[in-house]
Design a protein around this ligand. Structure first.
Ligand code: ADP
Ligand code: MG
Length: 355
């Protein structure tokens, strides 16, 4: 469906300097594929999507859409944009129009559909994204998740052959990510061809037929979700997909315990694991002020491995050669965690609680 050969993009700044964001992108995208594009920020993922539908034309290489060179002079760009829909992080809805009017606008204006037909289709699309009841609402009355579902319905109203999503859930409150991803999952099941720039690793792994890991202006690795997330061929891919996020606290005699809990709660919210907040706080309190009260200084860490969806709490005491837990204290923490690991380390002794 789409063939990209040696695509490059250089931005020229007004001061004469330039920045080559896309260096040499090559790929083949087949109809029905769901491809997630992942990678560190600033590596050109958005630039790549904008190049594909010519919102931001590339400076070199070629893009073939169904065999036709879309960079050739005279290629009908507006036709291409109809076939290639785009959904943005920031929704881009028309604020002065109702939900229904937002969805009907382009089909009436551009596809010259009758208002009745466009309205019927818009209502059916709203049912599809679960928003039938909000047809007459204005965007300002909707939550972020609802706005993004309207934006998806609006995109579908043009009957696209492929949809480009640029971080569709990044601007959303964590509680609203799920509703948007579930609409996207349904589209994938319906066979829509989709390119999705996302930081939602679990979603990317579950829904994609293929993953592009972008790094440094290249598609650094292109493979199945299984390859990219479990068995990456290249070290930069592995570093990115298997990264563990963590925060470390050094607990001494005088320590701001409430401050630690606030930071840990923020960590859980930021990583979209609010379900762990309560247990993190309970376990932290028990371990630091009760079970391990005698052991100072101690290092406390909260870890989250996104791809495995595993969170844990570590309590490490330097120089200690035995476990600080006895049977009684284990009984207290057992109900709150999946597993308790007690292990000597090269520096001391660690108690690791898997949540
Ligand atoms: P990503 O989506 O992977 O985070 P982007 O494609 O947004 O990355 O940006 C890649 C690089 O290109 C960044 O360094 C960014 O500052 C730069 N860039 C993006 N758009 C422009 C622009 N219009 N003019 C100049 N530089 C830009
Ligand atoms: Mg981006």
């Amino acid at each position: 469906m789409i063939t990209v050969n040696h695509l490059s993009k250089t931005y020229r700044n007004p001061d004469g300097t330039s920045l080559t964001v896309l260096k040499d992108i090559n790929c083949e995208i087949n109809a029905g594929e769901v491809i997630s594009i992942i990678g560190p920020s600033g590596t050109g993922k958005s630039t790549f999507l904008r190049a594909l539908n010519l919102l931001d034309p590339p400076t070199g290489g070629e893009i073939l859409y169904k065999g036709e060179n879309i960079l050739a002079k005279g290629y009908p760009v507006h036709k291409l944009r109809q076939k290639m829909g785009m959904v943005f992080q920031s929704f881009n809805l028309f604020e002065h129009m109702t939900v229904l009017e937002n969805i009907m606008y382009a089909p009436v204006r551009i596809l010259k559909k009758s208002k009745e037909e466009a309205r019927e289709e818009a209502l059916s699309l709203l049912r599809k994204v679960g928003l039938s009841e909000r047809a007459d609402a204005y965007p300002s009355m909707l939550s972020g998740g609802q706005k993004q579902r309207v934006a998806i319905a609006r995109c579908l109203a043009m009957n696209p052959e492929v949809i480009l999503f640029d971080e569709p859930t990044s601007a959303l409150d964590p509680t609203m990510v799920g509703e948007v991803l579930s609409v996207m999952r349904q589209l994938a099941r319906d066979g829509m061809t989709m390119l999705i720039v996302t930081h939602e690793m679990k979603f990317a792994r579950d829904v994609s037929t293929r993953i592009f890991f972008m790094n440094g202006g290249y598609i650094h690795e292109d493979g199945t979700p299984q390859q990219i997330f479990e068995n990456p061929k290249r070290s930069a891919t592995k570093e990115f997909t298997q990264r563990i996020r963590r925060v470390v606290f050094e607990v001494g005699d005088h320590f701001d315990l409430p401050g630690m809990f606030t930071t840990m709660t923020r960590f859980c919210i930021k990583n979209n694991i609010p379900q762990f907040c309560e247990r993190v706080e309970k376990l932290g309190e028990l371990m630091v002020t009760d079970i391990m009260a005698a052991y100072r200084p101690m290092t406390v860490r909260i870890n989250y491995k996104e791809i495995a969806d595993e969170a844990s709490l570590d309590f490490m005491v330097e120089g200690l050669d035995h476990s600080p837990l006895e049977a009684a204290s284990k009984e207290k923490i057992q109900p709150l965690c999946r597993e308790i690991i007690e292990e000597p380390t090269t520096r001391g002794f660690r108690v690791k609680l898997l949540l």
